[in-house]
Ligand binder design. Structure first.
Ligand code: FES
Ligand code: FES
Length: 180
């Protein structure tokens, strides 16, 4: 038996899109498969990895746990809608400048979770950044650069002149050997 089809008008990145999809499909599936917005990544589908994070009415949500049929009338924002015109979001700039992505699979979800944090709290402490990203797993970077990049993005968003620290880009200098 064919699954029941839902037809909904979803507001994604400021655009109203009317779309038909199997009624049981998640927002993650509809974003990627029906709307072609593949920036939102498909990970565990269990709410455990965070790579599918998008914004719904400004709050970070796991799109693999949201039924698309239930989001009509909500403002959905994906990583494709993070920059404004030709201008990258400050977090996109800091992640790029610092090299805070390796394979990049976790990056869209982290950018969205971090953007929700900065919208609510422009000057988060390291502990607040950690807490906001606690549900976003990364298998590559070891998190240090991610945390630094969120702090850098926050500084840029506040209009400060942030540059990555040289040791963040190139590592710390080797210790000078002691004279014997
Ligand atoms: S794919 Fe949604 S949390 Fe992993
Ligand atoms: S950069 Fe590869 S999973 Fe995070």
């Amino acid at each position: 038996m064919e699954p029941e089809t839902a037809v909904r008008t979803l507001t994604v990145n400021g655009e109203a899109r009317t779309v038909a999809f199997p009624v049981h499909h998640t927002l993650l599936e509809v974003l990627r498969e029906e709307l072609g917005l593949t920036g939102t990544k498909h990970g565990c589908e269990l709410g455990e990895c965070g790579t599918c994070t998008v914004l719904m009415d400004g709050r970070a949500v796991l799109s693999c746990l949201v039924l698309a049929a239930e989001v009509e009338g909500r403002e959905i924002r994906t990583v494709e809608g993070l920059q404004r015109g030709n201008e990258l979001h400050p977090l996109q700039r800091s992640f790029a400048d610092l090299g805070a992505a390796q394979c990049g699979y976790c990056t869209p979800g982290i950018l969205m979770a971090a953007s929700a944090l900065l919208a609510a709290n422009p000057s988060p402490t390291r502990a607040e950044v950690r807490a906001a990203l606690a549900g976003n797993l990364c298998r590559c970077t070891g998190y240090q650069k991610i945390l630094e990049a969120v702090e850098g993005g926050a500084a840029l968003a506040r209009g400060e002149d942030w540059q990555p620290a040289p040791e963040s880009l190139h590592g710390s200098p080797l210790p000078v050997p002691e004279e014997r």
